[in-house]
Ligand binder design. Structure first.
Ligand code: PRX
Length: 677
């Protein structure tokens, strides 16, 4: 829930004058007085920029020069680009660094292996407490090359799609980078998705290759990944090969498509020539949910995505050389792509890979890790913070967290209580908390406070301000930008940025319909937002039928499709309800076919199990209300507004029900709802 500003900002800090930059000694060059905690050498070539505000404005008004300067200095090119950008928001067109040739794996690994071979690239915090594996840049290069050669030896070529279904591990990172090295397009599927969900994504991508692991282990629980892959394979006859790495080494069912990855890598050459890729060739696709049942494969390309991930990782987290940086997201989500893999490795950082869960073996797991690994930046999700704060402060206080400088939050709104706990208890009041708003589609963080020790105020629970090059706009229903006031509007972005998604794989029309046609001239995020104190952005939640359960994005239609398939179900409708830990939870209304008894034994259990089996555990509705009918308008449209109220238990505040075809349906549903907890 979003709180109003007055509830959010403690009165003491509201009185502090906002000072976004102040005079300081010239840390950059030519007497520029720009307070960025992290130096930005490129500033020297931005004329007239003498303050942080100038710099942001420059990134908007001289967008091409801003990005081209960074692209030249931060990326290693095989051939320089000839045109910085060709973008047109009115038709959803985005191309960056045209004509340039590069290889993302060279940028993320080779160049650091050359200059700093023994620097630790990855620290794998395994599920088992205290077990770490350290991978240097030199070792990572060899892993990536051997894996890339294994793919090539088995026939994988530039442009082929490769599905990766693996737990968080160095080998998963190497698999992503190996694809990048040979120009294959990876599609990482979160290893918590079911066989059906995996099969759907493999088919949509037309992937002929899967890279997976025998088992995954999370919080001590074993997940039989290979067996799930086998089940998916039944639906995907076009898959030709399944590379298998080993985590626990327990037995699994073999198929004739299996290739042992360890064996293949040990036989493969230890160097693989990187393929020269065009800036706009596909780097990866990542499936995310929309308002229909079919997940969409969001496409990101090479140079723009990488540059944007690197820049945001560096400046949002104040990353400095030598820091130990930990983003605890799974590589199966965009946060894992941009802030576990591409951003930090592009910057030559040491990136922690967190395989476990926040409560294993106890709720001190994160903080135990921070102390042991001396972590400087910690990036996690509000759902975990909400869970941990319930266990009290002692699990935090017993560890030395003095290395922490920046605490990040991502995936959903961070409520005030969680923000304060994160700031005061975890950060001991000394770290900047950055609430980062972005999406799979934006490629990297778009709106976030600036971490700084500048005496600035960070407004609790709000992402506040745009990153360089990002120009958010609140747009009203009439398609006009709302200016001034504390008004709510559609959260849109009105200028292009290098990390923006290029298309939905195989469905460019859906891409345009979803993001560019609702508000012509703008990219529409699907979220609502408002400006507080007419200055800072605050996200008000999704405007479509997309849920955010523990930071996992899920379309209500995806759950409804599964419930509808049950033999006893006539119709299903799913809405979101607030949940104290998960942020939001699915609540399902299900009407039964004629003749099926509402008392049917274990129907609710069967429906929940179907969702678990066919989508994922996190998608399982918390509550299912079985009824004989759903409330509909006379034209047959399900009235979700009323279902949302019912789900929230607001049975006496259902609003106007006069347009319903049969108002008695609502009365019966309300009576049933009152009987539930
Ligand atoms: O609704 C917003 C919410 O998560 C959505 C994007 O989900 P996904 O593509 O899975 O990416 C998650 C990680 C970036 C957004 O449309 N969201 C993300 N971050 C925030 C947020 N809502 C509020 N505040 C945030 N900081």
């Amino acid at each position: 829930m979003i709180l109003s500003l007055s509830k959010q900002i403690p009165s003491a800090s509201r009185k502090i004058k906002l000072q976004w930059f102040s005079v300081t000694t010239a840390p950059y060059s030519h007497g520029h007085e720009i307070k960025l905690t992290t130096p930005m050498p490129e500033v020297a070539s931005f004329k007239g920029v003498t303050s942080y505000t100038d710099l942001y404005n420059y990134s908007i008004t001289n967008s091409n020069h801003f990005w081209e300067t960074h692209a030249k200095s931060r990326l290693k090119w095989f051939e320089p680009f000839h045109t910085t950008s060709e973008c047109d928001m009115s038709v959803g067109k985005a191309k960056w660094f045209l004509g340039g040739k590069l290889n993302v794996s060279v940028n993320c690994v080779d160049r650091h292996a050359q200059t700093n071979p023994d620097k630790i690239a990855l620290i794998w915090e395994k599920d088992e407490l205290g077990q770490n594996e350290f991978v240097t840049y030199q070792q990572l290069l060899e892993m990536v090359c051997r894996l890339a050669n294994s793919l090539v030896d088995s026939g994988v070529r530039k442009g082929d799609r490769v599905a990766i279904y693996m737990p968080v591990s160095p080998i998963a990172v190497a698999a992503m980078l190996a694809c990048a090295r040979i120009g294959a397009v990876h599609s990482v599927v979160f290893a918590g998705f079911s066989a059906d969900a995996l099969a759907q994504r493999i088919k949509d991508a037309g992937a002929e290759t899967i890279i997976t692991t025998d088992q995954a282990v999370r919080g001590g629980k074993v997940i039989e990944l290979k067996n799930i892959v086998n089940a998916a394979l039944v639906q995907c006859p076009s898959v030709k090969r399944v590379f298998l790495s080993h985590r626990l080494g327990k037995s699994y069912a073999r198929t004739d498509k299996d290739i042992d990855l360890d064996e293949a890598m040990s036989k493969a050459d230890k160097y693989c020539e990187p393929v020269s890729m065009d800036s706009e060739d596909l780097l990866f696709m990542l499936y995310t949910s929309g308002s229909t049942g079919k997940p969409k494969g969001i496409v990101h390309t090479q140079a723009g995505y990488l540059l944007y991930a690197m820049m945001t990782q560096k400046y949002v987290f104040d990353y400095r050389d030598g820091d130990i940086y930990a983003c605890v997201a799974d590589v199966g989500w965009i946060t894992g792509h941009s802030y576990v893999v591409y951003g930090p490795l592009g910057n030559g950082a040491t990136s922690v890979l967190f395989e476990s869960v926040p409560t294993y073996p106890d709720p001190g797991r994160y903080w135990n890790m921070v102390e042991r690994l001396r972590i400087n930046q910690f990036y996690g999700a509000p759902t975990a913070i909400r869970l941990l704060l319930r266990y009290g402060d002692s699990y935090v206080k017993k560890y030395d967290l003095s290395t922490l400088r920046v605490l990040g939050s991502v995936g959903e709104p961070i409520n005030h209580e969680a923000w304060e706990w994160y700031h005061n208890v975890v950060g001991n009041g000394k770290c900047d908390v950055v609430d980062t708003w972005w999406q799979t589609e934006t490629g990297g963080i778009a709106i976030t406070p600036r971490p700084s020790s500048l005496g600035d105020v960070i407004v609790p629970s709000a992402p506040m301000r745009p990153f360089f090059g990002i120009q958010p706009a609140l747009v009203g229903e009439d398609g006009k930008e709302l200016v001034g006031g504390d008004s709510d509007g559609a959260c849109c972005l009105k200028t292009p940025w290098p990390g923006m998604a290029r298309t939905i794989y195989g469905d460019h029309e859906r891409f345009l319909d979803t993001y560019y046609r609702p508000y012509p001239g703008y990219y529409f995020s699907g979220d609502g937002a408002r400006k507080i104190e007419n200055e800072f952005f605050q996200i008000t939640g999704r405007m479509d039928d997309v849920l955010n359960i523990s930071g996992h994005r899920l379309g209500t239609a995806e759950i409804e499709d599964i419930l509808d398939e049950h033999v006893d179900v006539a119709e299903a409708a799913v809405v979101g309800v607030p949940h104290h830990i998960k942020g939001e939870e699915a609540f399902a209304f299900v009407s039964l076919k004629e003749g099926v008894s509402k008392q049917k034994v274990n129907l609710v259990g069967e429906l929940k199990s179907d969702v678990r089996q066919k989508v994922a555990a996190f998608a399982v509705p918390g509550q299912i209300l079985i009824s004989d009918a759903l409330p509909k308008t006379r034209s047959g449209k399900i009235m979700r507004r009323i279902l949302r109220k019912l789900a929230a238990g607001e049975v006496n505040d259902l609003g106007d029900t006069s347009t319903l075809a049969d108002p008695t349906v609502v009365e019966r549903l309300a009576a049933e709802r009152l009987k539930m907890k």
